[in-house]
Design a protein. Sequence first.
Lengths: 225, 113
Amino acid sequence: MIASRRKYKLHNSQTAVYEQFDDRTQQHEASSLGMWIFLGTEIMFFGAVFTAYTVYRNLYTTAFEAGSHLLNTQIGAINTAVLIGSSLTMALAVHAAQTGRRKQLMAYIVSTMCLGSVFLFIKFVLEWMHEYHDGLAPGLHWTYAGPQSSHVAMFFCFYFILTGIHATHMIVGEGIMIVLLYMAWKGRFSGERYNPIEMFGLYWHFVDIVWIFLFPLLYLLGAHF
Amino acid sequence: MSEHIAPLKLYFYVFFSLLVLTLLTWRIAYVDLGKWNTVVMLIIAACKATLVGTFFMHLRWSAAVVRLVLFAALFWLAIMITLTIGDFFSRGTVQPWQASTVVSQSIIPAGKR
């Protein structure tokens, strides 16, 4: 009974308001509020690691700069541009959903997925595998012989944890986008019903903002040597 | 207005501003400004985050309660960072050669050390 009513609601885009809400505005505000509270927990989640990073960076300043110097800032800058591009296509996807253009919506979701995959490919193949082979992976393969080796290892621990949880968020995002793409293909969205697209957009932009802070804190810290 | 539809042009302006700021922060990193490198890079990162939040994440048109959630989260983040750092860097550190002095001045009775 409930399932069939749900289905009806989903397909009838003219009355795309769930019964607990008065109108679309209230429904939209409720969705946004819930999503932002989730993003608040995400801020605290990443914030804890950023706090630990700040403490250790102040304790071992020179070692952190030496560790950062071993990263390729050019690859980092290119990846930043790729991720900003995927944020743009995501914003355009939300716009296409708002204006009820199904084909554009699907095209923009696919381009966001592609740019996200390019980012992850660069991350895995050009960076992590490279660093592993160079002996810069603490606990797995660590051959760094410079001064303060254990403190440089601490920098790389932060590097792998921060970029690792960031990449995990992106992989989760790619999975959600597959579902959204399927829903868009089935015609579940319209100019009146696009909340899932917009809420996912908030998540994707949040992941972008995390990277905006990771890029200077990890890559650019030791560039001026 | 909670369901404002922004003009497409705006998204492209924001995108190009973000690219310019990325290029800027990348080039500035190669100029030695001492401790100010970090400050400048964090300011640029904060500007980029504000651009993404305001326009891509629609905060410009969202309800006040939504912005309140964001500011509450940032406020708590500031508490976490400030108090942690304040604690860490106001205690002082015990160097190896000071260890015996610290132990002899400790309030723990000698028999229980």
